[in-house]
Design a protein around this ligand. Sequence first.
Ligand SMILES: Cc1cc2nc3c(=O)[nH]c(=O)nc-3n(C[C@H](O)[C@H](O)[C@H](O)COP(=O)(O)OP(=O)(O)OC[C@H]3O[C@@H](n4cnc5c(N)ncnc54)[C@H](O)[C@@H]3O)c2cc1C
Length: 408
Amino acid sequence: MVGCATAPPRLSRGCATLADADILIAGAGAAGLSLAWALTRPGQPPRSITLIDRDDKRANDRTWCFWERGDNPFEEIVYRRWADLRFVTAAGRSVDLDLRGHVYKMIRGSDFYAHLRQRLEGVPGVRWVQAGIEDVTESGEQAAIHLADGRTLTARWAFTSLPMVKAVPPGRIWLWQDFVGWTVRVDQPVFDPRRATLMDFRVPQAVETRFVYVLPLSAREALVEHTLFGAERLPVAAHEAALDAYVRGVLGLERFDILDREHGAIPMTDAPPPRPGGAVVAIGTAGGASKPSTGYTFRRIQAQTGAIARNLAAGRPPLAGFAYGPRRFGWYDRALLNVLALGRRPGARVFEDLFTRLPAGDVLDFLSETASVGQELRVLAAGAPLPFMTAMADVFARTLRGSAGGRR
Ligand SMILES: Cc1cc2nc3c(=O)[nH]c(=O)nc-3n(C[C@H](O)[C@H](O)[C@H](O)COP(=O)(O)OP(=O)(O)OC[C@H]3O[C@@H](n4cnc5c(N)ncnc54)[C@H](O)[C@@H]3O)c2cc1C
């Protein structure tokens, strides 16, 4: 039990002693909060759960977008939805996407944090600690979290979403999905709030894959984000120069205000996620939840944390039997990453092949790893075969060798 008498949901500081909990959660971001929520759903046994984060999680530090058919457990805090999406090729051809029932949704970080705090408020056994974490360790069947202020917390399990250290074993690939977004506001109603741009390749490509997406929040406001998939991150100033050129040159907006800025990077890697082992389990991005070929993470976090809760309730190891989808999709991810990282086909062409030759719903099902065999075959046939076959052969060879080949 935690001896710190602090009422949830406020993060507590300065409590003198901290005793054991059943479960420690290091990092109360998307994965930590989702796990705490999954562990306190009806049907879960009562437990003591301590969430630790250095941040108070009140700022809107990011927005999460994802597509799905139907609803999700956080439907009530979905900030915007778009049932109409378009894709724009490098040559400027705009294609209306046939989403086949998928809806693209946005949840704001600040709404998610507040909502989860509220849901966990009053749940017996849930405690919050605001503190920096120095280290997460395990010995046998006990995990320990060492705080920056010298305190140590112990529990049967510790789940950590603290950022991963970039580690690329031989033969594996690591790209950054690096982005800067502006929420812009204009005087005139120029945006169609029902229709978003998923990818627009009318931006200079340089070595990497670069594109912009535009998510209108109203007729006068939109999130415009410049994104690249590259081996190196781009300085913010270079992202902002590209955004400025896009907003003025492509969107044709001479006068606009920037209401908000978003900056981040997501690892796109086929390196196996860290498995700290024993009583410590990595979750979220740190636990390999970011899809290697797209960087989309939010929905996979829900799948991962839901599986952990179900496994623990059944007395199984937290990740026993868990996979995001059928195993072959892991190979497709690796092949697509290989194509992009090694420049076997320009990213702008790869995504153009997919989104202009097929109903986008097929592509989205494929990327969600829920595609039927027919959809899967259609997606595989839509791409240029040679780069993908070469990439797949390379992926197999790298796996067999377990050693590096080609540039990363
Ligand atoms: C700006 C941005 C936008 C994104 N947009 C999307 C999107 O649209 N769709 C999508 O699917 N994915 C998106 N992602 C990827 C992914 O969904 C998010 O990064 C998501 O927040 C990952 O959840 P997480 O819990 O693994 O990490 P985080 O949410 O980052 O949580 C980690 C927590 O650990 C805490 N922490 C870190 N170090 C310490 C320490 N030493 N001591 C104590 N606490 C610490 C942090 O304060 C944080 O709260 C985005 C990522 C970023 C950065």
